[in-house]
Write a protein that binds this ligand. Structure first.
Ligand SMILES: [Fe+2]
Length: 459
């Protein structure tokens, strides 16, 4: 039996198919734009390769789009048919089972299937990265970290050692161990210069440790690490924009927004989340963002009944609220409220709670009902991590809760939220500093000035 680049046996006799498959594995680990293309080539060379069908299904589900559930279902059927025709290996069957478990609504079972692979074949970097990606969707940072720490030995000298370190750096950062995280992240890039995820883990560390200026200097000239990426490259630009935001370079943030973050007007939920959350952060600082909400709201309107991932639904909702769209904002909230009865699955449960609470908070903030907004967002906070994403991404909801408290005159609650945020980060960023100043001066907004859309809607 032939082996892939990571030394795992694969039921692939066709040399062309194996080469395309190896490129797919590398592409998936590096977040390369070519991954889908080489996966398609693998299946052209070997249409009955069940593992590739399984990955096609799993990769589709990771994108959190309703229409791709059908693609994943078809891929699952193709994988099972291939297995029946030419029985797959035990390792490969776990991938088929993982896809089946997710389609039935259980990401936890899908993760268990990947963990079964790693228990026997710890060097399987595909299973390692897939587990990492699925746990990320559940916001399970400790799960991600534990999994990788159990695999450390297997990745010394491994072909994917760099990417492993990049993933590990991210989990260390998300669990608050910043010094070790930075060391691992830098090691990741030394070993794998195209490791965009590792580079991005370091960007997270600069954010969480209040080193925006140093972060910008460090990332300058490292574009080769992420220019090969799929839409993940927009997310790296988003991180750079956040560093500029912290330094008060609002014109630069808008320039990055127009030229990089929204260079392509995509409706991928991760791209919409980058865009909406940076616009809202800018408005919190009193920046007039012009009509930039409109295209986000227009694109989000087509996705209001997706209900695949709470994180996605909340950012579609953010687009409507930012754009002050009365009707569309009501519809996704209703869809989120009914998600659990429509789909009995883990992701739907998260949409129901804390998703609906956070969405109600967003809508209340839009309506200037700051007391209700604060109430809903405070209730959502303890479990908000379950919507997935990173601390940096969910920080927009932290800021939203703080803004709600400040604007609602709930000073004690605002102080408490700020204290918790500062404690978590271990320092005060410019956002925090300005809000503490606002509390001291008795202002209801920490923004230096309120302009544009935000100004029209703040009493
Ligand atoms: Fe990130």
């Amino acid at each position: 039996m032939k082996q892939d680049i990571y030394g795992c046996d694969v039921t692939l006799a066709n040399e062309n198919a194996l080469q395309a498959w190896n490129k797919t594995l590398h592409g998936f680990l590096a977040h390369s734009a070519s991954t889908g293309i080489t996966l398609g080539e693998t299946l052209e060379f070997k249409p009955e390769f069940a593992l590739a069908h399984s990955c096609k299904g799993l990769f589709s589900l990771l994108l959190g789009r309703k229409e791709l559930n059908e693609v994943a279902t078809e891929a699952f059927a193709a994988a099972k048919a291939s297995d029946k025709q030419n029985p797959v290996s035990e390792r490969e069957r776990h991938f088929i089972n993982a896809l089946g478990a997710w389609l039935e609504g259980s990401l936890r079972k899908a993760i268990l299937e990947m963990e079964s692979v790693l228990a026997k074949w710890p060097h399987d970097a595909l299973a390692m990265k897939l587990s990492h990606a699925i746990m990320f969707m559940l916001g399970d940072s400790h799960g991600m970290r534990n999994l990788l720490e159990n695999l450390t030995e297997a990745y010394f000298g491994h072909t994917a050692e760099g990417y492993f370190n990049g993933c590990y750096a991210f989990t260390l950062e998300e669990t608050g161990e910043y010094i070790k995280a930075e060391k691992q992240g830098r090691r990741a890039l030394e070993l794998a210069p195209d490791d965009a995820w590792g580079l991005h883990a370091i960007a997270h560390i600069f954010d969480m440790t209040g080193r925006a200026k140093e972060g910008l200097e460090w990332i300058d000239g490292k574009q080769a690490a992420w220019q090969h990426c799929n839409n993940f490259r927009y997310h790296v630009w988003w991180h750079i924009a956040l560093m500029h935001l912290d330094l008060g370079n609002y014109d630069k943030v808008l320039e990055l927004y127009d030229e990089d973050i929204r260079k392509d007007k995509t409706d991928d939920y991760r791209d919409i989340s980058n865009a909406t959350s940076v616009l809202l952060r800018l408005e919190f600082e009193g920046v007039d963002v012009g009509d930039r909400w409109q295209e986000l709201s227009d694109l989000s309107a087509a996705r209001t009944d997706d209900n695949c991932v709470a994180f996605a639904d909340l950012h579609y909702m953010m687009a409507f609220c930012g754009n002050f769209d009365e009707k569309p904002a009501t519809q996704p909230l209703q869809n989120m409220q009914s998600a659990e009865t429509g789909h009995h699955n883990e992701l739907a449960s998260i949409i129901h709670k804390p998703g609906v609470l956070a969405a109600t908070g967003l809508e209340a903030f839009r309506d200037q009902n700051f007391a209700l907004a604060h109430d809903c967002l405070s209730k959502a906070r303890p479990t908000l991590q379950e919507i997935g994403g990173s601390h940096a991404q969910r920080d927009v909801f932290e800021r939203l809760a703080i803004e709600s408290a400040l604007r609602g005159g709930l000073t004690t609650q605002a102080k408490s939220l700020l204290q918790e945020r500062d404690l978590h980060r271990g320092y005060k960023d410019s956002y925090s500093e300005s809000r503490w100043r606002a509390i001291k001066s008795g202002s209801r907004s920490g923004a230096p000035q309120i302009a544009g859309v935000a100004a029209k809607n703040i009493a």
